[in-house]
Design a protein around this ligand. Structure first.
Ligand code: F6P
Length: 319
């Protein structure tokens, strides 16, 4: 291929810039022209495209967000949108595209691949909810951000003998909740993947309080919601002053951790290696620490197991 594009789509994730840089520099080192397609598939439909040279991706590996912007594109979900994008690729001489994003972005990549423009998906989402890979770009940074914020809430909870109910991101996945819960010593972690009972959590809090524990953290995943109601019920039934905090979008930004920068670099590099061979319709990911690639449809149909043993361990470690 002589000319390839890279786009970021869906929610931004720390480390996306490292992946964009890796795609640009790998492509350039192979003699390709590399263009950044701005604001996801919108940029492809509207021809919002800029050439990325080696210097234009300098100084971005350490920044959160994405320097080529991101968006969710409704028009691209329709066949007409995909055809417009295909025409734009042909007009601009773009022979292949690296799509950095989540499941929704990969559906678009499969549609465009089926229209003859090979696309490679690179998993970029803080949620780590892509089944074909054990890791998605942004996950580590988001968890560390949430951990630091929960630690701060813990200071206040312990100073005031309170219970702090903290809602972390993850619309359809409880991985951030589980790991930050373990890392912050939460008395309970509530996610959509596991059954839970508020009465059991209250009983656990009461037993721990009788044993001398004066403050409590409960981590709730966004998919559950109801953090305010959970805090109110705990306060009403235990008499422990309880507060709910929704961490929200602060978890999506910030300087990517080493892990995010390194994994994003590897995945971006490997994606270009595939395009160079004319291969499309694949998603790259990590398995046992190694980069692998899987057919997009297959990747979308896979189910990710929730680490039930870790969940049980989290329950045992805090009382
Ligand atoms: O997929 C990443 C994510 O941050 C989810 O955890 C969250 O549910 C969602 O995006 C929020 O999306 P938006 O930024 O569009 O509100």
């Amino acid at each position: 291929m002589k000319k390839i594009g890279v786009l970021t789509s869906g929610g931004d994730a720390p480390g996306m810039n490292a992946a964009v840089r890796a795609v640009a520099r790998t492509g350039i080192s192979k003699g390709m022209e590399v263009v950044g397609i701005l604001r996801g598939y919108n940029g492809l439909i509207n021809g919002d495209i800029k050439t990325l040279d080696a210097r234009s991706v300098s100084g971005i590996i350490q920044n959160g967000g994405t320097c080529i912007y991101t968006a969710r594109c409704l028009e691209f979900r329709e066949k007409a949108g995909v055809l417009k994008a295909k025409e734009m690729c042909i007009k601009n001489g773009i022979e292949g595209i690296v799509v950095i994003g989540g499941d929704g972005s990969f559906r678009g990549a499969a549609d465009l691949s089926a229209e003859g423009i090979p696309c490679i998906g690179v998993p970029g989402t803080i949620d780590n909810d892509i089944s074909m890979t054990e890791y998605t770009i942004g996950y580590d940074t988001a968890m560390n951000t949430a951990m630091e914020l929960i630690d701060k809430l813990n200071d206040t909870a312990s100073s005031h003998d309170r219970c702090s109910v903290v809602e972390v991101m993850g619309r359809r996945a409880g991985y951030i909740a589980l790991n930050t819960g373990i890392a912050c010593g939460a008395i309970a972690v509530i996610t959509t993947e596991m059954p839970y009972s508020i009465d059991d959590i209250i009983a656990k809090i009461s037993t721990a309080r009788a044993g001398g524990k004066n403050h409590f953290i409960i981590v709730v995943s966004e998919g559950i919601g109801n953090s305010e109601a959970i805090a109110r019920e705990i306060q009403d039934k235990t008499g422990i002053e309880s507060r709910a905090t929704i961490l929200g979008h602060v978890q999506r930004g910030g300087r990517p951790t080493l892990r995010d920068r390194v994994e994003a670099s590897k995945l971006g590099y490997y994606a270009v290696e595939l395009l160079e061979q004319g291969i499309g319709n694949r998603v790259v990911g990590l398995k046992d620490g190694h980069v692998i690639d899987v057919d997009i449809q297959e990747a979308l149909s896979m189910k990710k197991a929730f680490p039930v043993e870790d969940y049980k361990m989290a329950d045992i470690l805090t009382f």
